[in-house]
Every structure is written in C-alpha cells, then in structure tokens.
Design a protein around this ligand. Structure first.
Ligand SMILES: [Zn+2]
Ligand SMILES: [Zn+2]
Length: 166
C-alpha cells in the first residue's frame, strides 16, 4: 500500500495523521515466509522538518512464526514502533534517510522491514520450548521419546545449556 505524501513534499502542509488498516497475506524475511494472521493496524504521523519528512508511528498485527527450536508454527502478537526519515532531495541521502523519488511512500515495505528488524533471530513458541529430540525428531513438548539421553556431568550441564541456548 502506498501513502500519498505530495502535499507534504510540496510543503502545502507540514503535518499529517494517517490511520490505516493494511491487508497483506505474507512476506519473505530473507529466510522464510511469515504470514499475517490479521491485518496490520497502522497509526502514524508525518511531520515535515526542513526538507526531511519524519514518520513516527505504531504498527500492530499478529504473525504466524515458526519456532526455531521445535519447528511448530505459532502466533505472536506484534507491536512495533516505526521511526523513519524520508527525503526527495539527493543531498540528504544517507543511511538514516530513505530517498524517495515519487510522491508516495510504500508503507507496506516500511512496515515489513521494521518487523524483520524487530523480530528476534531465534523465534521461540515459548521460552521453555523443549524442542525436538536430536535422535528421533520427536517434538518433546508433545511427548517423550525413548532415546538414550546423553550422559552429562551435572557440573557441566549448566554450561551445555549455555551453549545450546545461544
Ligand atoms: Zn517451540
Ligand atoms: Zn528421541
């Protein structure tokens, strides 16, 4: 979805509130497809400061993620703060300022990029997810298995947890 910001760029107005509901099905985060379980609610404010167009807002939605440990899908509420700067002037081109060469901002792309940055690398269905058995692949959250458990010296067990959780 695109938001028309031509009146801001032409300095006809210096502020604009935008409240939107954006219906998207899914996006690719570079590794996997992430599904939107409900539409994204966006509440944001544009403000023009000099030649820089600032966007400050909040996006709320629910996403279907895949647990990094047990590989099951789960739904997570997501609420992210969005702060971006835009400019249509070449001189303002830098890492923090997004260059726009039209009168519209692709807000879907902005939201998706912010979600990708906000999500943890390891997405867990719950903090104490037991994961899959390394030997037989059983989901240990659902049932136990009969595989031989590795003998771990109790003095080293803490250390092993340290490594497996990182
Ligand atoms: Zn899990
Ligand atoms: Zn097993």
């Amino acid at each position: 979805m695109k938001i028309d910001v031509s009146d801001l760029l032409k300095k006809k107005i210096t502020k604009k509130d935008v409240n939107l509901t954006i219906l998207e099905s899914e996006f690719f985060n570079g590794e996997e497809s992430i599904r939107f379980v409900e539409p994204v609610k966006l509440e944001c404010k544009f403000s023009l400061v000099g030649d820089i167009l600032n966007l400050d807002g909040t996006a709320t939605t629910k996403l279907e993620l895949t647990c990094s440990r047990c590989l099951e899908k789960f739904v997570r509420d997501v609420k992210i703060e969005i702060h971006e700067e835009f400019s249509n002037e070449d001189v303002n081109k830098d890492d923090d300022c997004i260059f726009i060469d039209s009168d519209a901002i692709d807000i879907t792309e902005i939201i998706e990029n912010n979600i990708i940055l906000a999500l943890p690398i390891r997405k867990l269905c719950s903090e104490d997810c037991k994961g899959l058995c390394q030997v037989c692949g059983t989901n240990l959250n659902k049932s136990a298995c009969n595989c031989e458990k590795q003998d771990i010296d109790p003095r080293l067990a803490g250390l092993k947890d340290f490594f497996s959780s990182n």
